[in-house]
Design a protein around this ligand. Structure first.
Ligand code: FAD
Ligand code: SF4
Ligand code: SF4
Length: 494
């Protein structure tokens, strides 16, 4: 049931007053209720692109941080890919020292406002939280990400705003960063701080990577991403957009002709995978990437100001069960579809999407079809989608990923009437750079092979993020960027 943000705040104010002066023994801390995230009413938010989760108020942030038991072994820290000093920042937040809290987070993370929103916390820092273990429910762990988001937003929205890091004197070295997602943003900042000149090359007309073109506004406001890019620019990073490495200029030319001393490749995993079933070339079939890019980057939802054409859909089927599928389905709801069906061949338990995203999608009316999948898409005489033939599945033995394998049920074919199909079954790496760069080693999935420092098979060329890991997460991309930047800095100063 949706609770109004004012009610949540009032309850937090009252609880905090009740605890004033009370000695906070562990039992008392565990008894503090999990602070619910204030959110837009589902009936309202279906009609707008504004952020769904509204963020904690100060009282909620303090209360949530007070739930932390300050465990000596801090299992939460080992679950965070960049090892933020979680108990320390939570202690500062619990005391109301919010500036100290964000300073601690920023020691290890460059993008706390982003990670506080999109990190899959329930499978990372919050997975092994002692409070969650005591309460026997991972969803009752300390909401580390929500407190992180609160202190990051508070700093961004304060009068002083985001702090521009100090830059060391110019070193005379030049570094090229290819791509502008979280891995590249991290490298650009860490390398620039050491006084090296940094040029960022981005294929799209706006920088930000998936944070901009993939994750929708209602989950990650684009103003936050712009703020990070503005900080890079203020640090002196040159950002060149509409610049495709491998087409506009080859990677080797950056070294041989343009005099770059080191290169970081952070080109992500933007190549959509398809089902390879009949009818996938019909009008009305989209990759989730294209669908989301039209909406997020090209603002097709803003029909008054943007002139991006958008397919007008009434009944949409989204194929897949990850975050990308949830984002596509929830975008389709907001773009005005009457019905949005999410079709996944396993059960909800095996879905890779974040629990919160699944819950939000359901609240917004997305209809879930588990243990079903499309086998054929059917078009009319004009090759426009009119239906999808599906099969029902049951779960068999676990496969390589540890998830139980979906096994088709013979003779279970049925039809689903839809006019749009969005394929969201994963992304691979774009082969452009590897195909146009001699000597760049890739593995069988097309990902760039690197050593423990992020160095590729070509001296001075580093890589990280999804182009190395395959489609992964923002915080892992950031961690990879940190590692490669440290190696680049060592190379240039060493
Ligand atoms: P990217 O963010 O992919 O950026 C790569 C950039 O390189 C792009 O801007 C691209 O245009 C540019 N580029 C590519 N080729 C070239 C070239 N030849 N020349 C110049 N530029 C080039 N992760 C989470 O942690 N939580 C989530 O909730 C989440 N939701 C997601 C939702 C969607 C729809 C998608 C697609 C991904 C999601 N992810 C999520 C995954 C996460 O966004 C990625 O793991 C992360 O962005 C990878 O960062 P990156 O820096 O490696 O590359
Ligand atoms: Fe958790 Fe992500 Fe923050 Fe690490 S960066 S503490 S994983 S929310
Ligand atoms: Fe606090 Fe949970 Fe980390 Fe323990 S595991 S220090 S309770 S956040």
């Amino acid at each position: 049931m949706h609770v109004a943000p004012e009610e949540l705040q009032a309850a937090a104010v009252a609880k905090l007053a009740e605890l004033e002066g009370v000695e906070m023994k562990p039992k008392k801390r565990v008894a503090i209720p999990v602070q619910e995230m204030p959110a837009q009413d589902p009936l309202e938010r279906c009609k707008n692109m504004k952020e769904v989760a509204l963020g904690y108020c100060a009282e909620q942030a303090r209360l949530e941080a007070m739930r932390c038991l300050q465990c000596k072994n801090a299992p939460c820290v080992s679950g965070c890919p960049v090892a933020i000093r979680i108990p320390d920042f939570l202690k500062a937040a619990a005391d109301g020292r919010f500036a100290d809290a964000i300073a601690i987070i920023r020691e290890n993370s460059l993008l706390p406002a982003v990670c506080g929103r999109v990190c899959p916390q329930e499978s990372q820092c919050q997975l092994n939280c002692t409070v969650g273990k005591i309460l026997k429910d991972v969803n009752k762990s300390v909401s580390i990400g929500r407190v992180e988001r609160f202190v990051a937003d508070l700093q961004r929205e304060s009068e002083t705003g985001q702090v521009i890091p100090e830059i060391k004197p110019e070193s005379g070295n030049k570094v090229a960063v290819i791509g502008s997602g979280p891995a590249s943003i991290t490298v650009a900042a860490d390398v620039r701080r050491e006084g090296h000149a940094v040029t960022m090359f981005e294929a799209f007309h706006k920088p930000g990577g998936v944070l901009l073109y993939g994750i929708p506004e209602f989950r990650l406001p684009k103003a936050i991403v712009k703020n990070e890019i503005d900080t890079l620019r203020a640090m002196g990073v040159e950002v060149r957009t509409n610049f495709v490495i491998g087409r506009t200029r080859k990677l080797q030319d950056l070294i041989d002709k343009d005099g770059f001393d080191a290169i970081f490749v952070g080109t992500g995993a933007g190549l959509p995978k398809f089902m390879n079933i009949p009818g996938e070339n019909l009008v009305g079939v989209f990759s989730a990437n294209e669908y989301l890019t039209r909406s997020n980057l090209m603002k097709s939802y803003d029909t008054e100001r943007a002139h991006t054409p958008m397919y007008s859909s009434l009944k949409v089927a989204v194929l897949g069960g990850g975050n990308v599928a949830m984002d596509a389905a929830r975008t389709a709801v907001r773009l005005g579809a009457d019905e949005v069906h999410l079709v996944y061949r396993r059960t909800e338990k095996e879905m890779p999407a974040r629990v919160e995203e699944v819950a939000h999608a359901k609240e917004e009316g997305v209809i879930f079809h588990m243990l079903e999948n499309a086998v054929r898409i059917i078009g009319d005489e004009n090759d426009r989608v009119i239906a999808m033939e599906c099969l029902r599945y049951e779960l068999g033995e676990p496969d390589d990923s540890g998830r139980r394998r979906p096994v088709p049920i013979e003779g279970s074919e049925f039809m689903m009437q839809v006019d749009t199909v969005i394929v969201a079954i994963g992304n691979g790496s774009n082969p452009l750079i590897s195909q146009t760069t001699e000597g760049l080693e890739i593995n069988r999935w097309g990902n760039i092979v690197v050593d423990e420092n992020g160095q590729s098979s070509i001296a001075g060329v580093y890589a990280g993020g999804d182009i190395v890991l395959g489609a992964a997460t923002v915080i892992l991309a950031m961690g990879e960027g940190r590692r490669a930047a440290a190696a680049i800095n060592a190379r240039l100063t060493g």
